[in-house]
Design a binder for this molecule. Structure first.
Ligand code: PGA
Length: 251
């Protein structure tokens, strides 16, 4: 059966000392609770190795927020999937809407990133989601379907099974506007059906689909109660150990 997962996405926040402290706080909090989900923190590249040294990675997974679309070479300023893996990280967020929007990531570059992540035993947390206009004009089903098809449907069923998906409506990210639990369920069920049509029921049933976008301790319970919402990808609320744990314990 698919896993329930709560993953933090710190984005471009915290200095190294602040990040290590936050990771320690989450790690300590996990010593006193038995979470009913996998817990992951995705942190800036600079923080990966030091954070890996202060957490129990059996209880708290560690991920990067991106990786390069090349294995190595003359790509000044980029960080490759093998580099990320060598820090001890097990996960990598790919295709976040901020990467698509501000850094021009396309399905083609994302295909390469997914391939390289999988080749290096990193689990991609692959993000999809529509902008407000697409929500309002009703094209969001098509948009989300195309995002999955264009970047992921070249994968074998075996490789697709290694992914975690995160549905993040762009209009809900950092805005305080959450999709309602019914809106999340509607599109999560559609995403699962899209996967089923391509890879069959078993792969679809075993794929964890997280919701992201202003998920907070106050709304997590209702979202996670929906049958096709398997957890959350948490931005703002992951920057405070107490609020992050408030979401973890919503399961
Ligand atoms: P948010 O971000 O929780 O701050 O809305 C979620 C995300 O972008 O992953």
């Amino acid at each position: 059966m698919r896993k329930n997962i709560v993953a933090g996405n710190w984005k471009m926040n915290t200095t190294l000392p602040e990040g290590v402290k936050l990771a320690e706080e989450v790690n300590n909090a996990l010593k006193t609770v038995e979470p009913k989900c996998d817990v992951i923190i995705c942190v800036p590249f600079t923080h990966l190795f030091p954070v890996n040294n202060v957490i129990d990675t059996k209880k708290l997974g560690l991920g990067a927020e991106n990786c390069a679309d090349h294995r190595s070479g003359a790509y000044t300023g980029e960080v490759s999937a093998p580099m990320v893996a060598s820090t001890g990280a097990q996960y990598v967020i790919l295709g976040h809407s901020e990467r698509r929007q501000y850094y021009g990531e396309t399905a083609e570059t994302l295909k390469e990133k997914v391939r390289l992540a999988l080749d290096n035993n990193l689990t991609p947390i692959f993000c999809i989601g529509e902008v407000l206009e697409q929500r309002e004009n009703g094209t969001y089903f098509d948009v989300v379907k195309a995002q999955i098809e264009d970047a992921l449907f070249n994968l074998s069923a075996e490789d697709f099974s290694k992914l975690i998906l995160a549905y993040e409506p762009v209009w809900a990210i950092g805005t305080g506007k959450t999709a309602t639990d019914d809106q999340a369920q509607e599109i999560h069920a559609f995403i699962r059906k899209t996967i089923e049509d391509k890879y069959g029921k078993e792969v679809a049933e075993n794929t964890s689909i997280l919701y992201g976008g202003s998920c907070k301790p106050g709304n997590a319970k209702a979202l996670f109660a929906k049958p096709d919402v398997d957890g959350g990808l948490i931005g703002g609320a992951a920057l405070d150990a107490e609020s992050f744990m408030g979401i973890v314990t919503a399961f």
